[in-house]
Design a protein around this ligand. Structure first.
Ligand SMILES: [Zn+2]
Ligand SMILES: [Zn+2]
Length: 241
């Protein structure tokens, strides 16, 4: 599995919004910086088959209209599947209308939308197994675990991990976890991320979405005291698991 960190930042910080590309075809979250990051990597947008939106905060969602309309301009014909929280289809319609006065019909390609509460915790996409767990965030928000050929990635997205997060993250080769700041209700921290990595028996931990005023190396040290194999990914870093 090839994992590209399109962005590792929080909503209002100095790094691109947290977004991850898996095998060039599964996009995890789509903030305002995501299309720019895909362009830098010369990613063919037609290759993106599935988009996971963890929740409707802007740093995870507001780049979607640009991705959809750029795909239309590049004559996409392939269906795009989008998986996200309750109300997903209406939310995308609102985003298209608000940003470019467009509708689903204007896209000229089909969008299939799947709401996570309808999936009973898991689904399949081709050879990929997808599992979902709700986090304790400020609004409805999901973590996702993706497995293929015995390899597993878990991306927590925003929020404190729940027991369900621990459960889907079990034995991840890489756990990509929000490490915003301790003491913020509805958010995780470097320590909580490391505890999640430890409890889930993950093999490595990537800390993302760190609060802008934190010294990232200090956050990394806090995590390493609990879970040694922690690291700080950078925008555009690619790793293979
Ligand atoms: Zn966020
Ligand atoms: Zn959020």
């Amino acid at each position: 599995m090839i994992i590209t960190f399109l962005g590792v930042g929080e909503a209002f910080g100095q790094f691109a919004n947290t977004s991850i590309l898996v095998d060039g075809k599964i996009l995890l979250d789509c903030g305002p910086h995501t299309l720019l990051q895909l362009r830098k990597l010369e990613q063919d947008l037609k290759e993106i088959k599935l988009v996971f939106l963890s929740h409707f905060h802007g740093d995870h969602t507001l780049g979607l209209p640009a991705l959809l309309l750029a795909s239309r301009e590049e004559n996409r014909e392939e269906i795009m599947k989008i998986i996200g929280p309750s109300g997903l289809r209406d939310k995308i319609a609102d985003l298209l209308e608000l940003s470019y006065e467009k509708s689903f019909e204007d896209l000229h390609f089909e969008l299939e939308t799947l709401e996570i509460p309808d999936l009973n915790g898991c689904t399949k996409y081709g050879d990929y197994e997808l599992e979902f767990a709700q986090t304790a965030h400020l609004i409805e928000c999901y973590s996702i675990a993706i497995s293929k050929n015995g390899r597993k990635l878990t991306y927590t997205s925003d929020g404190s991990p729940t027991e369900d997060t621990v459960s889907i993250a079990k034995n991840s080769d890489i756990l990509i976890a929000e490490a915003y700041c301790e003491g913020f209700s509805g958010h995780s921290s470097a320590v909580e991320a490391a505890e999640l990595a430890f409890r889930s028996h993950s093999k490595s931990l990537a800390l993302v979405h760190i609060y802008r005023n934190k010294k990232v190396k200090e956050e990394l040290e806090k995590a390493k005291r609990i879970f040694k194999n922690s690291f700080l990914p950078t925008d555009s870093l690619t790793v293979t698991i």
